[in-house]
Design a protein. Structure first.
Length: 383
């Protein structure tokens, strides 16, 4: 079950979205569902799950790393019974996935459909979606059933795991003490547009699954800032708050004030292949605010490299200088050769070549995180 939930978590928390895939694509395994056409009950808890295990999972969730909470909740709470046929819906039977009948039965157990047409559309698109890796059945279910399965204000987050969270939330909220268990749980959601499209952020050797409140998105053409989407659970299922991605456009000179007004700390979402010099420009205009690079985490969600990005002008004690090119290998080897003492003797200065990309920077600072480096200064290339 743990492996199954991990796959679902990757989809829910934004692996596909953060890599820039469209609404119709996902890495999630295929699922079919059939239902009775009745809406999910909001006034009575369902019976199949082990309540003691669910209660324990919910109590522990707020203390777990933010991007791992979904995994624990879905594994511990099973109001509809075994989640496996639903969570592995797009894995074909010949590859070890569920049969169409197993998916249908699981969806019936979860009372998935708000009306008969929703069932027909879900099932009608199921087989093609399973073969093509599309998310179409879930998107259509969300567009038809909307608030009855937490697809509000739109269906951008709809997936098997999101549906499972909705059913868990409604079930728990109907139990004595359930709302209190749900109240402290916050879950980071992928920063994606209405069409569920984000940007392809880089990977890194080290990432921290931090729940970040503010996101700065930078491309070659513009900078945007907004609060990041956070999901909470309750009687209405899953409620997502946050600004529409990517937020409001902001000019470089106003970036520091904009980040400051939202708390002074932000995750930076930058395309993996973008020149790292563009990121250096951004950081130079961030003032005293704290910026961290968003990367794809091991869970499939976005995390951050736990090293603050700074402007060289803001650092009083410049330390080891590392030259970063298109490949990070030489800089990583130089850091390893220098060792912890030299790396911590002052602020590590990363001299960015014009050929360096955000991906190569992510690899380098991820490697520096192994040495507990807390801040690096980004030195832009010379004109």
């Amino acid at each position: 079950m743990r492996r199954t939930v991990a796959v679902a978590l990757a989809v829910l928390a934004g692996a596909a979205a953060c890599k820039g895939k469209s609404t119709s694509k996902t890495t999630e395994p295929p699922l079919v569902g059939s239902g009775s056409g009745t809406r999910a009950p909001a006034d009575a808890a369902s019976a199949p799950g082990d309540w003691a295990a669910c209660e324990a999972a919910l109590k522990a969730a707020p203390t777990q790393p933010a991007t791992r909470r979904v995994d624990a909740i879905i594994e511990g709470c099973r109001p509809c019974g075994d989640w496996t046929p639903i969570l592995t819906w797009n894995k074909l039977p010949q590859d070890g996935g569920p049969t169409r009948t197993q998916i249908e039965n699981a969806m019936v157990a979860c009372r998935a459909y708000c009306e008969p047409n929703a069932k027909m559309r879900f099932l009608g698109t199921l087989d093609d979606a399973r073969m093509n890796g599309a998310r179409t059945p879930w998107r259509l279910l969300g567009e038809m059933c909307r608030d009855q399965i937490s697809a509000v204000p739109d269906a951008r987050y709809m997936s098997a795991s999101y549906f499972a969270l909705d059913r868990i939330a409604r079930d728990v909220a109907a139990r004595p003490g359930g709302p209190e268990l749900l109240k402290p749980i916050e879950i980071p959601m992928p920063p994606v547009s209405v069409s569920a499209v984000g940007i392809k952020i880089p990977d890194a050797p080290v990432s921290k699954p931090e729940l970040m409140r503010v996101g700065v998105t930078v491309t070659l053409g513009e900078i945007s800032i907004g609060t990041l989407p956070i999901a909470t659970l309750g009687a209405a299922g899953v409620t997502v708050t946050g600004d529409p991605f990517p937020g409001k456009p902001v000019v470089q000179k106003d970036l520091a004030d904009a980040v400051g007004k939202l708390g002074g700390t932000a995750a930076v979402f930058a395309p993996s292949g973008m020149p790292a010099s563009r990121l250096a420009e951004l950081v130079a205009g961030s003032g005293a605010q704290t910026l961290y690079l968003a990367v794809t985490s091991q869970s499939g969600a976005f995390g951050i490299v736990p090293i603050a990005l700074a402007s060289p002008r803001s650092q009083k004690v410049p330390g080891l200088r590392l030259s970063l090119g298109a490949s990070p290998d030489a800089a990583v080897q130089a850091a390893k050769a220098a060792g912890p003492d030299k790396l911590k003797a002052g602020t590590v200065m990363i001299e960015i070549d014009k050929a360096a990309t955000v991906a190569s920077l992510a690899t380098l600072i991820g490697a520096l995180a192994f040495f507990d480096v807390s801040v690096v200064a980004l030195v832009p290339p010379k004109p």
